[in-house]
Each structure stands twice: as C-alpha cells, then as structure tokens.
Design a protein around this ligand. Structure first.
Ligand SMILES: [Zn+2]
Length: 107
C-alpha cells in the first residue's frame, strides 16, 4: 500500500515514498525537481523519504522519564526517530531534576 501525502508546496497528492521531506513538509517530485539548490539550502535538511523516521517525542519522553538512564540509553541505541531521542533526553533530565528536588525536600 502506498501512503499518500499532500505536497506542502503545490498541494498535489503524492506518494510519500516519492516525495522529499523538507522543513516545510513533504514536497512532491515535481516541486523537488523545481526547487533550486538555493531553496534546498534555505529549507535546511533534506532527508531521503525512505530513511525519514520522525519518531515520537512523547514516547521518548516516557522512556527517558520512567526508564532513567537505562531508558535513555536504550532509546539512543535502538530508536531511529530524532524526536524519540530528543524526547528521551527531555524525559531523562526531567526525571533527574524531579529526583534532585524530591531529595532536597526530604532532606
Ligand atoms: Zn508539489
């Protein structure tokens, strides 16, 4: 099954695997071809659709928060999505801060 997505530039329906991910979203093959080198530099990272894994920020957060450093390390070892890793980092540090606060309050 081909996942369809709407081009962020022209709005045309395009197969997700044929498009190009930019910071503005998925753009279709036509818009990718039309984009100049300058455009691509301006939009920043262009990621091959096949390799693009957005990940899950909340999922990473939970892993880092409840899993502590083990959850954090596991996410970094196995998660592909950047957002999952970012979430794990936030979750981990949130857990650390809460841990320190609790210790300080109970002391
Ligand atoms: Zn387009």
């Amino acid at each position: 099954m081909t996942e369809m997505a709407n081009c962020a530039r022209c709005g045309a329906s395009t197969p997700a695997s044929r498009g190009t991910y930019t910071e503005e979203g998925l753009i279709c093959q036509g818009c990718t071809d039309a984009a100049t080198e300058k455009d691509l530099d301006a939009t920043g990272k262009l990621v091959d659709a096949e390799d693009y894994v957005p990940g899950s920020l909340p999922l990473g957060f939970l892993a880092g928060f409840f899993g502590g450093c083990i959850g954090y390390l596991l996410v970094h070892q196995f998660a592909k999505g950047e957002d999952t890793k970012k979430g794990a980092k936030y979750g981990f540090w949130t857990g650390v801060v809460i841990g320190i606060t609790m210790r300080a309050l109970s002391a």
